[in-house]
Design a protein around this ligand. Structure first.
Ligand code: AMP
Length: 428
């Protein structure tokens, strides 16, 4: 027997019985993003590897351990995108979007790829909803607060309630340097007790130690008196205004001085949204300000802030009652009882489709009972029955599947939509 080929590890098929939930999430997110003035952007799912190396930082796990590179004979290496921000910024610069608008509000929806060890809630191909605000004039505490409120709105609108928003600031790049020195000073004495990864992170990217999941590292980190001593008065004031604006919008948050986010490009506001019901992989989404990334990638000095939400995790966290019931999108199920009526029904389907109705039919001549069973299973609103007697009189029998009523209509009476709807109303 030939070996069965199965879906690659860390990826998943989204089957028709689940696609409703995905589509509902996508619709909800798009509607929310529209209300905040965002426009969709689509970028390729692979880019030059250098883009990710330059934007995410050489020391981030995403670049060091998780980048899925494509075999390429050409000089420039290509990698599947592990996140969306780098591509959006690359495209923003390449297409000179700063010339067409002072502030660009962009969003994307789509698959991301990371070569991680798969587990529940952690996949190699997963999907994100992301939003970015980019522009030469886009530093204002209200912009930070509004973007955070947007991410919270998407989660609330889809039906999530038990999540928690954590907030922090890293300050300006100079503040961040002071923060790094402070952290190293606090951790130096216990460097040997840190896990192997964190011992490397100590010099390369000390902030990542705050994210480490190892129990020993967490215990060491918990003892550090974090505070915001590294912040300049201007950065502290900016942070205070972001918090005030969030309060005005009624967005609940918890300050979390240990929240730093793993990627190099963040400055000032950072945030993360988690849901305890998800277990160990509890992050629903995260984001922050990245005022220097555009320039770092060869663009002008423009400011930016963004977030990404994980779609799989949102759907995992949704309570049963928030999931939409599966609905059939079929209007009509055609049933023919002999060869001649099958030809007629086959052609009739084309007329129904031209009117915008969704219809399929049973191409095997079986008993009326067995075909009705199939019609029932399909979830179609109507069964359209054509047998010898109907064909002789040039009519079809239409049966309302949910209410049971039935009626004959003349085949010559097109258009049919109004007739169908009349049966619906009559039978209610
Ligand atoms: P990140 O860019 O790592 O902060 O990711 C943003 C969000 O995407 C996370 O909060 C998760 O919800 C989701 N996410 C990240 N990595 C994965 C993964 N490997 N599998 C599933 N979801 C993920």
């Amino acid at each position: 027997m030939k070996k069965k080929i199965i879906v690659p590890r860390g990826t998943a098929d989204i089957l028709p019985e689940h696609i409703y939930h995905w589509q509902h999430l996508e619709r909800t997110a798009r509607e929310c993003l529209r209300c905040y003035g965002f426009c969709e952007m689509r970028t390729p799912i692979f880019e030059e590897t250098a883009l990710f190396r330059r934007s995410l930082g050489q020391t981030s796990d995403v670049v060091n351990k998780q980048l899925l590179e494509l075999a390429s004979e050409k000089e420039s290496k290509l990698a599947l995108r592990p996140e969306g921000t780098a591509s959006v910024v690359r495209s923003y610069i390449e297409n000179n979007l700063h010339r067409s608008e002072a502030i660009s509000r962009l969003f994307y929806l789509g698959p991301m790829f990371r070569g991680e060890r798969p587990q529940k809630g952690r996949l190699r191909q997963f999907h994100q909803i992301g939003a970015e605000v980019i522009g030469p004039a886009c530093v204002h505490p209200y912009i930070d607060a509004e973007l955070i409120a947007l991410s919270v709105s998407i989660l609330k609108d889809i039906g999530l309630m038990g999540f928690q928003l954590k907030l922090n600031t890293l300050g300006s790049p100079e503040d961040k340097d002071r923060f790094a020195i402070l952290l190293r000073k606090n951790l130096e004495g216990q460097r040997a007790a840190l896990c192997e990864d964190c011992q490397n992170r100590f010099d390369r990217n000390v902030f990542r130690i705050l994210d480490c999941k190892h129990r020993e590292c967490r215990a060491i980190v918990a003892q550090i008196e974090m505070g915001h001593r590294y912040l300049s008065p201007e950065s502290a004031d900016y942070y205070a205004q972001v918090k005030e604006a969030l309060m005005q919008l009624g967005v609940d948050f918890e300050e979390c001085p240990q929240l730093v986010r793993g990627l190099d490009y963040y400055t000032h506001t950072v945030f993360e949204i988690s849901d305890a019901s998800l277990g160990s992989q509890d992050a629903l989404g995260a984001g922050g300000r990245y005022n220097n990334l555009v320039q770092q990638l060869g663009g002008a000095q423009v400011d930016a802030i963004g977030f990404a939400l994980g779609m799989e995790r949102i759907l995992l966290a949704l309570p049963e009652e928030s999931l939409l019931p599966k609905e059939s999108n079929l209007d009509v199920y055609g049933i023919a009882l002999n060869e001649a009526s099958m030809v007629k029904a086959f052609v009739l389907q084309a007329a129904l489709r031209e009117e915008g109705m969704a219809t399929i039919m049973h191409y095997q001549l079986g008993s009326l009972k067995s075909q009705m069973r199939a019609a029932n299973k399909s979830g179609a609103r109507f069964a359209l029955i054509l047998g010898e007697s109907e064909l002789e009189r040039q009519v079809v029998t239409l049966k309302n599947m949910s209410q049971g009523g039935q009626q004959e209509i003349s085949i010559a009476q097109a258009p049919y939509t109004a007739l169908f709807n009349a049966i619906n109303i009559k039978d209610v």
